[in-house]
Design a protein around this ligand. Structure first.
Ligand code: NIG
Ligand code: FE
Length: 389
């Protein structure tokens, strides 16, 4: 198996605390050695072992590829008009999801997949090497299963979100829709997914319905994650902890009891600042969560309604500027935090045995991701040891 060293790295972020005692595991004047699809060595450049190939990082920064643990990329159409109306003062509501459901149902498989690939490519060019994505814009047995089948061709992190909103056909009988989501639709979808999710919110599903959805999914071998406390206070976060969901996502409206529950459990709080940016909502308080000892992930929530960005660097900059995170914390949350939200230890860090998923930044340190917002700093991306950008 051929080996490659990436040397002359000014700042290497490993997320391996054994190297410097800090969560980011920083090494200056560093090198990384890759063999096949794995990292086999990290340390100071001068001590790197001999390899077959050499790449000169030219005094720039290398960090683990971003782990975007929350996106909704199987859809058709967009919602420019809804965004325009919001920027003229209209509020965001879950109802806009129906517009995308109609467009997605009408689209051919090839159109949906081409759309998905376009966003993945966009994300890769911005340093994302792992992404999770969901169904949720089909809301029929066939359309949900189709979305998951298409997503599973491109990622292992596929989430069944039949419970995104009550399908329009069931508006008068939400209980019948929950029965479908937990019955026939679940049977058709479970073989294509790893996770089950529910939008627990006024206008979507209440706490009892969310519990029914997640426990039915769990009985079919899917692990829970949840859209919780995005638009208002509610039972989602505490339900997530109770069911040991991998992640409670959004976490914008939290009581002290919600924060205490997250701190006591092993559910990650995934913050999605693109949604607050694009809906002009109040920011989630990352500082409060971090100070309470909660594990925080940062992801894009890329979707055509509430957050139409595929850029993790943009989310890092927002989290630092507006959510009380330090640059170190935000970079950790966008890499190791995302991996924790997917319950993975083989990604989100650069240590021997981990996948060789790396992002090269045209900057002397990772701090520039927040210090130079909006600047395309990503100069290279390796996925599974292969240079992709
Ligand atoms: O995570 N909150 C629910 N789902 C998405 C928005 C979906 C949409 O508006 O199309 C979210 O923000
Ligand atoms: Fe979402």
């Amino acid at each position: 198996m051929s080996s490659t060293v990436i040397s002359d790295i000014a700042t290497l972020v490993t997320n391996d605390p054994s190297l410097d005692g800090s969560p980011l595991g920083l090494v200056r004047n560093a090198a990384v050695v890759i063999e096949g699809d794995r990292v086999v060595w990290t340390g100071e450049s001068s001590k790197a072992p001999a390899t077959d190939n050499r790449v000169d990082a030219g005094g720039r920064t290398v960090l683990p590829g971003f782990v975007d643990s929350h996106s909704h990329l199987v859809f058709a159409g967009d919602r420019t008009e809804e965004f325009n109306a919001r920027m003229s003062g209209r509020a965001y509501s879950a109802g806009g999801i129906r517009t995308t459901v109609a467009a997605t149902r009408a689209a051919a498989d090839a159109e949906l997949e081409a759309n998905l690939v376009r966003f993945l490519d966009e994300a890769l060019r911005q340093g994302t090497t792992t992404f999770e994505t969901k169904s949720g814009y089909g809301l029929t047995v066939e359309d949900e299963a189709r979305a998951l089948r298409l997503a599973a061709r491109h990622t292992d992190e596929v989430t069944y979100l039949g419970a995104h909103i009550v399908a329009p056909e069931y508006a008068e009988d939400p209980a019948a829709y929950v029965a479908l989501v937990t019955g026939e639709m679940l049977d058709a979808c479970a073989p294509h997914a790893r996770w089950i999710d529910v939008f627990c919110e006024k206008g979507a599903f209440d706490g009892d319905q969310a519990r029914a959805v997640l426990t039915a999914g769990r009985a079919k071998g899917l692990h829970p994650r949840i859209h919780a406390n995005q638009l208002s206070y509610g039972p989602g976060v505490q339900l997530a902890v109770e069911l040991d969901a991998a992640s409670a996502d959004h976490c914008t409206h939290l009581t002290d009891a919600d924060v205490d529950a997250l701190a006591a459990g092993s559910t990650v709080a995934t913050l999605l600042p693109g949604a607050e940016f694009s809906t002009r909502a109040a920011w989630p308080d990352a500082r409060r969560l971090l100070d309470a000892g909660v594990t925080v992930a940062l992801s894009t929530d890329c979707n055509p309604g509430s957050s139409f960005t595929s850029s993790v660097p943009f989310c890092v900059a927002l989290a630092v500027r507006d959510m009380g995170m330090t640059p170190d914390e935000a970079v950790w949350s966008a890499t190791a935090g995302g991996a924790a939200a997917l319950r993975r230890t083989d990604i989100g860090r650069l240590a021997p045995g981990a996948y060789a998923d790396l992002t090269l930044l045209d900057a002397p340190s990772h701090v520039h991701l927040a210090y130079r917002p909006g600047v395309p700093l990503v100069a290279g991306v390796w996925r599974r040891g292969v240079r992709a950008v």
